[in-house]
Structures are given as C-alpha cells and as structure tokens.
Ligand binder design. Structure first.
Ligand code: SDX
Length: 431
C-alpha cells in the first residue's frame, strides 16, 4: 500500500513537528511516530496500547464498530460456514485459499506430524495429576525446543516452515494428552485416517478398551470452534509471541509464552471463568444480582465473556458460537441445558441495561463457547487449552509475518519514569 503524503502536525514548546500519516487498506490511519523521539525528544504514552499500532500486518482485520472479523479479507461467518479449520490454517499461513492439490498436500504434512517424540511422555509424567492442563501445555510446548532442535533456527526459512507444521500438528496431541494425564487415563495416539477435529476428540475421549466412533456433529462443532478462535489481530497473546520472537528466540519457546498469556482470565481464560460464572449464577432469578455486581465500581467482579477492547458491537464469533450452541445442544437432545438458559437470559438482561449499552459491552467469543465444550464432555479446565490449540495458527502466522519482515526490530518499549531521581547510597549505620 503506497502511503500518500499525509502529515500530522505536533506542536511542543512552540516548535511544530510533522509526522507522516500512513493509510491502511482498511481501518483507521496511523501516525508514524518512529522518528518522534529522535526529532522531538519525547515519548508517547499508551499503557495497554489502546491507541497504538504495534506492527503492519496483512493477516486479520477487525472492524470493532461494525462487529466484523476478516481473515485475509474473508469474513469469519463465511469461513465458519463454508471452510474448515485446516483450510483456514492454510489461508492464515500463506495468504490465499488453497487449490485442491495445495490443500491435500498441506493436510498430509500436518497429518504426518501429529505424533510427539516418544520421550516427551516422560515430560508429562513429571507433573502432578491435578496440574491444570494449561500449566502442562506451557511446559511441554516450551520443551519442544529441547526435542526438535532441527527447526529452531528462525533465520532459516525451511526450519520456520517445519516448526510451523510441527506446532499446528502437535498441539492437539499435547492438549489431549494433558487432559488424559489429568484424568489418569492412558495417552491415545493420533490416527492418520481421520480429520484434525475428529483426531482431537478421539485422543481426548477414546480408551484402549473400546472402539471409539467420533460423532460427526461433535467433530463439525469442534472444527468450527477451532476456526472461530484461529486469529484475532494483535491481541495480548499474539503480541506476546511477537515480542518474544523479536529477540530471535525459537518458535516453541515463543508459542509457550503465548500460551502463558492466553491463560489469563481477561483473555483466553475467560471461557473457563465464564462457564464457572454461569454455574455460580445457577438460575435466571439470580441474574440481576450479578449484573448489579458487574456495574458496581467497588466490586472487582466483571461479567466473564462480556466486553472487548476492539469490538464496540457484537463479536461476530459470538453470534456464530451462539447458533452452534443451539444446534449442538438440540442435536444432542439437551436443548433445556440450564447453563444455556442462564446465558441467554443474562445476555438479554445485560444488553437491555443502560450500563452495558453505554459502555458498548457485548458478548464476546468466550460467552457461549464453554456451553458447547461442556456439552461435548470437556471439563472447564480444558476450555483454554482448546483455545490455545486453535490460536496456535494465528500465533504462527503472525510470527512468520514478523520474522520475514526485513524491517523487524527487537521490541523494546520506553516508559514514563516517575521514580526517585539521582541520589547517593547511604551506609546502613546512617539510615
Ligand atoms: C478475548 O484482544 C482480543 O482480541 C482477545 C480475544 C482474542 O480472540 O484474542 O478476543 C479473546 O480475550 C476475549 C475477551 C475475554 N475476556 C473476558 O470476557 C473478561 C471480561 N471482559 C473484561 O475484562 C474486558 O471487557 C476486557 C478485558 C475484555 C477488555 O477490557 P478493556 O478493553 O481494557 O476495557 P476496560 O477494562 O477499560 O473496560 C471499559 C469499561 C470499564 O468501566 P469504566 O472504568 O470505564 O467505568 O467497561 C467496563 C470496565 O469496568 N467493563 C466491564 C466489563 N468489561 C469492561 N464491566 C463489567 N463486565 C465486563 N465484562
């Protein structure tokens, strides 16, 4: 995108500075402040990066006001309905929808890398059985850099490609084995004759004593959940992966950092926190009590699954997830799921409340996902690991984009310092 010569003027202490304005293909213009400190001797200040673009990207675009999400220009609702997760992985990774031959080759490469190095089993066994699966995933994914040395040199394009395929392929196995380990059941190996989502469900729920047949309703719902969580611009965990990768650290360690960030309840951990909140509410008559708490400035309680830094309208993923929840629960014959009833009534009452309307707080991707995952048989502790399995393609795609950028620099923010100014050391006998 060639940037026309638009400028922003900044006046400081009577002196005017001209800053270039860069125009995107979609979204707001950005003021290029890269030379601000060297020319004007000042920093900008933006904790939480509410008004700061950290990078240039071509992967995902969100229009928060319209509630739109596009991957390489394709709207998420079309991808959720017409595509499938591995095709979306190809799109995010390489920029275009694959031809049939390209898709077949990509799916074959992923399918043939789903097994873990056999020695990694013993890494799992070092954890307590009651370890949170996210703790296991952070550890095991980070440890991949100790097992797959031949794909850790980020300067080598072929090693970057191998690491990408290994991570996409092995994350479901790692997440499934973290679950199996927590319930004391034997690890189930992936198979090459079933699709990605079916493999994950089978590795989670099969046992060696029975032939496990994947329910096609559940595998389609699982695949759609993977698609809906795949990438989301420069969210906290993606920004973590970019910052960690900017030092040249290996991809496995950087993805482990992303998993750690995603675990937080303000981010990917919200799906677990949301379902636990819905269970705590229990019945629709208690909803007003919780809405009052969410509005109370003196109460740290927030409605989990509500609100978003970017969306000032419905999260389009939440819309698709809500439809999927209705479909899956009906097909499973549990339409009168009490948690779903509470969720729908909570959404209705919150959206009718001026507090949420004024602050433009709507359900986000985490509000309905847990209801589907619970209906599929997952414990709440597996909700965020499933988010991590899906978001790995987003992290990897953004990582590859950044590493390949010749302008890439190590990320090193500055600060607004308000601590003690220069002073001399005082010996302890003089204090
Ligand atoms: C994800 O970034 C991404 O793209 C993330 C994600 C992805 O795909 O990667 O979409 C995934 O993380 C979704 C968000 C999941 N988190 C939750 O559902 C947790 C509950 N939501 C909030 O904690 C909050 O809405 C955030 C963290 C999501 C966004 O917080 P912001 O952008 O920092 O907004 P804020 O905290 O400044 O809130 C603005 C106002 C505040 O009130 P005032 O101080 O202005 O009076 O809205 C209020 C907040 O108190 N508010 C809420 C609320 N969320 C914001 N009040 C009650 N309940 C809530 N959920």
């Amino acid at each position: 995108m060639s940037d026309e010569k638009k400028v922003a003027k900044l006046e400081i202490d009577g002196k005017t500075y001209e800053l270039p304005v860069l125009s995107p293909t979609a979204g707001p213009d950005v003021i290029d402040i890269r030379k601000l400190y060297s020319t004007a001797g000042v920093f900008t200040y933006d904790p939480g990066f509410t008004s700061t673009a950290s990078c240039e990207s071509t992967i995902t675009f969100i229009d928060g006001d319209k509630g739109e999400l596009q991957h390489r220009g394709y709207p998420i609702d079309q991808l959720a309905e017409k595509s499938h997760f591995l095709e979306v992985c190809y799109l995010l990774l390489y920029g275009e929808l694959p031809t049939p031959a390209q898709l077949e080759d990509f799916e074959s490469r992923v399918t043939n890398h789903t097994m873990l190095h056999e020695q990694m089993q013993y890494f799992f066994r070092g954890f307590r059985r009651d370890a949170h699966p996210m703790a296991i995933m952070v550890g095991v994914v980070g440890a991949m850099s100790a097992f797959y040395h031949d794909s850790t040199d980020v300067r080598d394009e072929w090693q970057r490609e191998v690491a990408s395929i290994r991570l996409i392929a092995k994350m479901p196995t790692i997440a499934a084995w973290a679950y199996k380990y927590s319930v004391g059941q034997p690890f189930i190996y992936p198979r090459n004759d079933i699709d990605y989502a079916s493999n994950f469900l089978r590795m989670c729920f099969a046992v060696p004593t029975d032939d496990y047949q994947v329910n096609p309703i559940l595998s389609r719902a699982m695949d759609r959940i993977f698609t809906l969580h795949a990438d989301h611009e420069q969210n906290a965990s993606t920004s973590t992966v970019r910052l960690a990768s900017s030092s040249g650290a290996n991809p496995f360690a950087c993805i482990a950092a992303g998993i750690a960030c995603l675990w937080g309840p303000a981010h990917g951990g919200a799906n677990q926190a949301c379902l636990e909140m819905l269970r705590e509410i229990g019945t629709p008559d208690r909803i007003p009590e919780f809405i009052a708490r969410a509005k109370d400035k003196d109460d740290p309680f927030r409605l989990m699954g509500f609100g978003h830094r970017v969306y000032r309208n419905f999260d389009p993923r939440a819309k698709v997830m809500k439809q999927s929840a209705d479909e899956v629960l009906e097909l499973l014959g549990i339409e009168d799921n009490p948690t779903l009833q509470v969720a729908k009534e909570l959404e209705r009452q919150a959206l009718a409340d001026p507090y949420f309307a004024e602050k433009k707080l709507f359900p986000n991707v985490d509000f309905y996902s847990g209801i589907i995952l619970e209906a599929m048989g997952f414990p709440t502790s597996m909700f965020t690991p499933i988010f991590a399995v899906s978001r790995t393609i987003g992290w990897i795609s953004q990582w590859k984009e950044m590493i390949a950028d010749p302008q890439m620099k190590i990320g090193r923010p500055r600060q607004l310092y308000r601590g003690a100014t220069l002073r001399d050391y005082v010996d302890i006998d003089k204090r």
